[in-house]
Design a binder for this molecule. Structure first.
Ligand code: 48H
Length: 272
C-alpha cells in the first residue's frame, strides 16, 4: 500500500512537467511555422542575412538548418585560422548587425567568426525570423501551370542520417531561398524532380575571388517562380568561380535576395 502511495505521489513530478512543456511548446512552434511567407534553407552567412532583412519587412520567415548550430562556413574561418575577411562594400551590412571589424589593408577587413555567427543569428532572430535547427530539407512542392513553388518537405537530420525511411513533413510557403552553400541542394532537387522548370545546374568553377564576389551578387535572385538562390549556391547554379575565404559577397547576396523576394511578394499581393 505504501509503495502504491509513493507512485501516486510521484505523478506530476518535475520530469513530467518538463517533458510536457517541451512537447507542447515545440509542437506549437512547428504548427505555427508550417505556413510562412518565406522559407530560407541554410543558416550560413547568406541565409541569416536574408532572414534578418526579410523579417524586418514584416514577413513571416523561417530558416531551416540541418545542423544543430548556425553559421554554416563561417566557423572554420580561412582554413581554420580564426578570422573572416570582408571587403569594404559589405561594411554597411556589418554595421547593421553591429559586427566589429579591423582594417586588414587593401580594402579588406578582418572579423571574428564567433562574433559574426552570433550577431548574424541574433539579428535574424531579433528581427522576428524563426530558426529551426536539426532539420534537413529534402524535397520541394511545385503546383500549377507554369509550376510555382508552394512548399518544402523536411525531416529531422538524425533521422535522415540514420538512413531509415521516414516520411517527411511539409511547410507551405510563398517563397523559398536556397542558401545551402556549395551544393545548392534545393535548386538541385527542383531541377531533378521538376524538369518543366528547365533548370540546368552549371556547377561551381575554380577560384577567382574578385570576379566571383561580383558575379555571385549579380546572379543572386530568382531561378523559378517562388524559388530564389543566395550565397555560394549561386555559383553552383550559374557556373561561377568560387571565391575562397572572403565573405562580403555572401552578406551582400543575402541582403540582395531579401530585397528581391520582398519586392516580388509585395507585387503579387497588389496583383491579387
Ligand atoms: C537544411 C541545409 C541543407 C539542407 C545545406 O555553406 P554555408 O555557409 O552557405 P553560404 O552560401 O551562406 O556561405 C558560403 C560560405 O560559407 C562559403 O562556403 C564560402 C564563402 N566559400 C567560398 C569557397 O570558395 O569555398 O551555409 C549553408 C548552410 C549550412 O549550415 C548547411 O548545414 C545548411 O546550409 N544546409 N540545411 N537542409 N538540405 N543543405
Amino acid at each position: 500500500m505504501r509503495k502504491i502511495n509513493l507512485i501516486w505521489k510521484l505523478r506530476g513530478a518535475m520530469e513530467l512537467k518538463i517533458g510536457r512543456a517541451i512537447i507542447r511548446h515545440g509542437a506549437e512552434d512547428l504548427y505555427e511555422y508550417s505556413d510562412v511567407d518565406v522559407a530560407i534553407v541554410g543558416a550560413g552567412p547568406s541565409g541569416l542575412t536574408a532572414a534578418r532583412y526579410l523579417a524586418e519587412k514584416g514577413l513571416k520567415v523561417i530558416v531551416l538548418e540541418r545542423r544543430f548550430s548556425f553559421g554554416g562556413g563561417i566557423g572554420p574561418g580561412g582554413n581554420m585560422y580564426p578570422k573572416i575577411i570582408v571587403q569594404e562594400e559589405a561594411l554597411p551590412i556589418l554595421r547593421d548587425f553591429k559586427v566589429r571589424y579591423k582594417p586588414a589593408g587593401d580594402g579588406l577587413y578582418a572579423v571574428d567568426p564567433a562574433e559574426l555567427i552570433a550577431k548574424l543569428a541574433a539579428g535574424a532572430i531579433d528581427a522576428g525570423a524563426k530558426i529551426l535547427l536539426g532539420v534537413h530539407v529534402d524535397d520541394v512542392i511545385f503546383r500549377g501551370d507554369p509550376p510555382r513553388i508552394t512548399g518544402l518537405l523536411w525531416i529531422w537530420t538524425p533521422i535522415q542520417m540514420s538512413g531509415m525511411h521516414v516520411d517527411p513533413l511539409y511547410i507551405q510557403t510563398k517563397a523559398v531561398v536556397d542558401a545551402t552553400g556549395h551544393d545548392a541542394e534545393v535548386v538541385s532537387v527542383a531541377a531533378r524532380k521538376v524538369p518543366e522548370l528547365g533548370i540546368q545546374l552549371q556547377g561551381e568553377k575554380s577560384a577567382w575571388s574578385e570576379v566571383s564576389e561580383k558575379l555571385v551578387v549579380e546572379h543572386t535572385g530568382k531561378v523559378a517562380p517562388g524559388l530564389y538562390v543566395a550565397g555560394m549556391a549561386v555559383a553552383a547554379v550559374f557556373g561561377l568561380p568560387r571565391m575562397g575565404p572572403i565573405f562580403g559577397g555572401m552578406l551582400m547576396s543575402g541582403k540582395k535576395v531579401a530585397e528581391i523576394v520582398a519586392k516580388d511578394l509585395a507585387a503579387e499581393v497588389h496583383a491579387v
